[in-house]
Design a protein around this ligand. Structure first.
Ligand SMILES: *[C@@H]1O[C@H](CO)[C@@H](O)[C@H](O)[C@H]1NC(C)=O
Ligand SMILES: *[C@@H]1O[C@H](CO)[C@@H](O)[C@H](O)[C@H]1NC(C)=O
Ligand SMILES: *[C@@H]1O[C@H](CO)[C@@H](O)[C@H](O)[C@H]1NC(C)=O
Length: 396
């Protein structure tokens, strides 16, 4: 994992229950997030890590059941970060900007539960035991005196309290879209897949990857397949000269996943990495396995080079769930058509939101910044800017 630097920080945010409508979330967390994001911004060309730990109460259910409301929450928090960053000219995932990563705290988890491999939903005890070396710990004032908050202060030096929003304010006059009902399905998944290019990781990728790790239910060994498109399929992409190579995309994806999944004070002691390079489709794999030292339970993550839109989902029958974004819904259907043809059970498909700046309840300022917002969640736009920076004379 990339070492936490002198500017890394963690912000605690409380959520009482889910679902939380977007307008209410904005009123409640906007001021806190805005202040924290501006503090987090580095003064040089580096990129600061900015972790956000959202505290969930009453999450006493399975991950499949919680999935829809949880992914909405993640999507809304990431969207709010993008909006605030656009308004205040804070770069995201770009030099002299901020690398925001959201994970969750399960406040219902037992105080003795220090299991290091339940991220992105972790117990207070495991987070405290991970001894992550954040330089700054931040929280709105209302959290400072809570018991768990005091236990987490060892994660970094606390700075003065951040401003608070209003829990009861609802900004939007528009009727809220009613949240998706929690699934009736109680099927638990231990083998989950996702696919993508993952070039220059941004917030859209982070949402997709976090949802993928989340849906794999702990309790037995888990196996996750992250299909990453091979370089040969990307030669016609725009600004291809600054595309990251497969190896770099794999490493950055793995670094992100480790940061939201593993909460252990010595990650390298529980991690093993295997490089497999065999001929044929899906033959190149970096397999990263983490083992819970207490009870031996494992989570293995295959970073697999894929050369078609299916990857291992149509060659490995044991995979049972697929995570997609609404944009790639057709791909999910294509996978299941192929599996059905083979006489295999279809995958249960879990969909994450496509991030957008919203339209109805957006303030005028935010509308002006819509383009900036979109540039923060587009690999093509990130590459365009990087390519321009390399050739100053050709820039804009
Ligand atoms: C949160 O922790 C409780 C207690 O350990 C557990 O029963 C519950 O399943 C956890 N929530 C999720 C969504 O994993
Ligand atoms: C190992 O511990 C984790 C976390 O407490 C738990 O979810 C899992 O069921 C345990 N696994 C085994 C094999 O006992
Ligand atoms: C993960 O990689 C290992 C090693 O190549 C392979 O045996 C296993 O089948 C892969 N798992 C999935 C789900 O693709």
């Amino acid at each position: 994992m990339a070492a936490l630097t002198s500017t890394s920080s963690v912000l605690l945010l409380p959520v009482s229950t889910l679902p939380l409508p977007r307008g209410q979330l904005k009123a409640q967390y906007g001021p806190t997030l805005e202040a924290a994001l501006r503090h987090a911004k580095p003064n040089d060309q580096s990129i600061s890590r900015f972790d956000i730990a959202i505290i969930l109460k009453d999450a006493v259910t399975s991950r499949s059941t919680l999935f829809d409301s949880l992914q909405h929450l993640l999507a809304d928090v990431y969207t709010l970060i993008c909006l605030i960053a656009a308004q205040h000219k804070v770069e995201l995932d770009f030099p002299s900007g901020v690398d925001a990563r959201v994970f969750l705290i399960n406040l219902s988890a037992d105080d003795k539960d220090v299991s290091p491999l339940t991220g992105p939903l972790v117990s207070v005890a495991a987070l405290a035991a991970s001894r992550r070396q954040y330089a700054h710990w931040r929280a709105p004032e209302s959290l400072h005196s809570s018991d768990y908050s005091r236990r987490l202060q060892q994660l970094g030096e606390s700075v003065k309290s951040l401003p608070e929003g209003h829990a009861s304010a609802v900004l939007s006059d528009q009727p809220q879209a009613s949240p998706a009902p929690d699934r009736q399905a109680t099927r638990l998944h231990h083998r989950v897949a996702v696919g993508g290019t993952f070039d220059h990781i941004h917030i859209g990728h982070k949402l997709l990857l976090t949802a993928t790790i989340f849906i794999a239910q702990p309790g037995e060994d888990r196996e996750i397949t992250i299909g990453i498109t091979g370089d040969e399929l990307l030669v016609n992409k725009k600004h291809a000269t600054v595309l990251e190579s497969w190896d770099v995309r794999q490493q950055r994806t793995a670094d992100f996943i480790e940061s939201i999944l593993v909460f252990n004070n010595d990650v390298s002691s529980i991690r093993s990495v295997q490089h497999i390079d065999e001929p044929g489709p899906n033959g190149k794999i970096v397999k990263v396995t983490y083992t819970d030292a207490k009870n031996g339970s494992k989570i293995a993550i295959n970073y697999t080079r894929i050369s078609d839109p299916f990857g291992p989902t149509i060659t490995d029958e044991s995979i049972s769930a697929l995570v997609i974004s609404a944009e790639t819904r057709a791909g999910g259907k294509a996978v299941n058509d192929k599996r059905t043809e083979k006489g295999w059970a279809p995958l249960e498909v879990f969909e994450v939101d496509v991030l957008d700046a919203g339209s109805d309840d957006m303030e005028q300022d935010a509308k002006v910044e819509k383009t900036t917002f979109e540039s923060k969640i587009s690999s093509t736009e990130i590459r365009r800017r990087l390519a321009a920076a390399k050739q100053p004379t050709a820039a804009l």
